[in-house]
Design a protein around this ligand. Structure first.
Ligand code: ADP
Ligand code: MG
Length: 454
C-alpha cells in the first residue's frame, strides 16, 4: 500500500458560481513512503491546490485522498488537526514566520501547540537550529535574517514535531540561486538521510533533477510522470553556513505521538503562545489584518519613506486590489482613512524635524538640543539643574533605545523627587509624542535610509 493514494481527485473553486475555477480534474497518483516527488508545471496549473488537498487544507470536490490508508474526508476535525500537527510539515515560499517572535520561538510554537514540555521543546529546537545553521541567529527576529536563513528557520519549524511527510510549496522561489541550491539540498537530505516523504512543488525545471519522481501538471491535469530514481542528482551535503558537526539529524519524535498531551506543568503560562495570541488579537481588533498582511503594509511604508516623496500609491493599490489578485480588497473608506493618516503623520514628522534642524545649535550635543527645543516649543520653564539633567537623561535613554515613548511620557510626568521632570500629564504626553516624531524624522533623513532599503 502506498503512503499516499489519490483517486479521481477534482477540486473546483466557487463551484456552481459564474467565476467557477476547475483547479484540478480527475487526478490519480500514488506516492510511496520515503520518496521525493515533484509537482511540476506552469503557474496556475493546480500544483498548490493538489498539495493543499493532500495536506488537508483544501477539500476535494470529488475523489479521495488516502494517507496511511485513511480517507482524509472521513477524518473528524480533531483527527485532521492531529494529522496537520503531527504527520505533516509545511514549508512555503513566503516562509510565514511570525515577525514578532524570535527565531527560537518561531520554531518552538508548533511544539507548544501540541503540549510538549518546555525542556524537551528547547532540546529539540536547539538541535534543529544547530543542524540547519541558524543557532547563532536564535534570538533575532525573522527580518534580521537573510532569505535563505529565514527559510532554514521555516524548515526547522516544519520538522519540529517530527512529521512523516514534508510539503514544500515553491520553497526557494524567493531566494537567490546560491541560497536556493542550499535549501534544496537540505530538503533533499530530508528524504535521502532521514527517510522522510517529501513533496516539492516547483515551476523551475532546474529543480527536477533532485526528485525520485516527477508529476507534470497542466491545466489541472497530470499529463505525464517521470521516474528519476536511478539518475537523480544528489545535491545533499552540508552547506558551508552550517555550524553543526553532526552529519545526521536524529529526527526521533520528542514525544510519543499517541499521547501528545503532556501536562507536566499545567499552571505554566506559556509566554510564547500568550505573546502570539495577544498580538494576533490586537491586530485583529485594530485592523482585521493578518501578520503577513501587516508585514506587507509595513514594507510599502518603508518603501515610501525611502523614496522620500512619501508616495503611498503602491500601498493604495495593494489595499484596494482584489483578494484574488493578491491585494487586500479593503473597504475604500477604510483604506482612504489609513492612507490619509499615514500621509499626515509622515508630513508632520518631516515638518517637525525640519523645524528642529533649523534651530540646531552647532556646538551643543544632540540631547542638549532636543531638550532645549522641547522646552522652547512647549514654552515650559524648568529651572533646577536636577530637572534639566533628568530630562536629558530621559531623552538620551530614548535616543539610545533604552526606553520607549510610553516610558518617556511616564518619566516626564513623574515628580522631580522620584527622578522625573515633574511636568503635568498633558504636557508630558505631548512632549513625548513630539520627541518621537523628531527622532523618527532624524532616522528618515540620515544615512539610515540605506538601512531601511536593505
Ligand atoms: P499553482 O500552484 O500551480 O500556481 P494553484 O493551485 O494555486 O496553481 O491554482 C490553480 C487555479 O486555481 C488557478 O486558476 C487559481 O487562480 C485558482 N485558485 C487557487 N486557489 C484558489 C482559491 N483559494 N480560490 C479560488 N481560486 C483559486
Ligand atoms: Mg502555487
Amino acid at each position: 500500500m502506498s503512503l499516499i493514494d489519490i483517486k479521481n481527485l477534482s477540486v473546483t473553486y466557487f463551484l456552481g458560481k459564474s467565476n467557477e475555477v476547475r483547479a484540478l480534474s480527475d487526478a490519480n497518483l500514488e506516492i510511496n513512503a520515503g520518496e521525493l516527488v515533484i509537482f511540476f508545471g506552469p503557474s496556475g496549473c493546480g500544483k498548490s491546490t493538489l498539495l493543499y488537498t493532500i495536506a488537508g487544507l483544501e477539500k476535494p470536490t470529488q475523489g479521495t485522498v488516502m494517507v496511511n490508508g485513511i480517507d482524509l474526508s472521513q477524518m473528524k476535525n480533531k483527527e485532521l488537526e492531529k494529522y496537520r500537527q503531527n504527520t505533516i510539515g509545511m514549508i512555503f515560499q513566503a516562509f510565514y514566520l511570525i515577525p514578532s517572535l524570535s527565531v527560537e520561538n518561531n520554531i518552538n510554537l508548533p511544539q507548544v501547540a501540541i503540549g510538549i514540555n518546555r525542556k524537551k521543546r528547547q532540546e529539540k529546537t536547539e538541535e534543529l537550529m544547530k543542524y540547519f545553521g541558524v543557532y547563532e541567529q536564535r534570538k533575532k527576529v525573522p527580518t534580521e535574517l537573510s532569505g535563505g536563513q529565514q527559510q532554514r528557520v521555516a524548515i526547522c519549524r516544519s520538522l519540529v514535531n517530527d512529521p512523516d511527510i514534508i510539503f514544500a510549496d515553491e520553497p526557494v522561489g524567493n531566494l537567490d540561486s546560491k541560497s536556493a541550491q542550499d535549501v534544496l539540498g537540505l530538503i533533499q537530505e530530508l528524504s535521502v538521510k532521514d527517510k522522510k516523504t517529501v513533496i516539492l512543488v516547483t515551476h523551475n525545471p532546474a529543480h527536477l533533477e533532485i526528485a525520485d519522481r516527477i508529476f507534470f501538471i497542466k491545466d489541472g491535469k497530470i499529463i505525464d510522470t517521470k521516474v528519476n530514481k536511478e539518475t537523480r542528482k544528489i545535491i545533499v551535503g552540508k552547506s558551508s553556513q552550517q555550524e553543526s558537526k553532526d552529519d545526521s539529524l536524529n529526527l526521533s519524535p520528542v514525544t510519543n505521538k499517541t499521547t501528545t498531551k503532556e501536562n507536566d506543568n499545567s499552571a505554566e503560562v506559556d509566554n510564547i503562545i500568550l505573546e502570539y495570541k495577544a498580538k494576533e488579537i490586537l491586530s485583529e481588533v485594530l485592523t482585521g489584518l493578518s501578520y503577513d498582511e501587516i508585514n506587507k503594509i509595513e514594507n510599502y511604508i518603508k518603501e515610501a519613506l525611502v523614496n522620500s516623496n512619501s508616495d503611498y500609491k503602491k500601498l493604495t493599490t495593494y489595499l484596494n486590489t482584489d483578494y484574488m489578485q493578491d491585494g487586500l480588497n479593503l473597504n475604500k473608506r477604510v483604506s482612504q482613512k489609513l492612507i490619509t493618516k499615514l500621509e499626515t503623520t509622515t508630513k508632520e514628522i518631516e515638518e517637525l524635524s525640519k523645524e528642529f534642524t533649523n534651530k540646531e545649535e552647532k556646538h551643543n550635543s544632540y540631547v542638549h538640543q532636543l531638550r532645549r527645543y522641547l522646552l522652547d516649543t512647549f514654552e515650559v520653564n524648568i529651572r533646577t539643574t536636577d530637572a534639566i539633567e533628568a530630562m536629558e537623561t530621559i531623552i538620551e535613554d530614548r535616543v539610545m533605545g533604552v526606553t520607549d515613548r510610553k516610558g518617556v511620557q511616564e518619566k516626564f510626568d513623574r515628580p522631580l523627587k522620584k527622578g522625573g521632570v515633574g511636568l503635568d500629564k498633558r504636557t508630558a504626553k505631548k512632549m513625548a509624542k513630539h520627541l518621537e516624531m523628531i527622532i523618527l524624522g532624524r532616522y528618515q533623513k540620515s544615512s539610515d535610509k540605506q538601512k531601511i532599503k536593505k
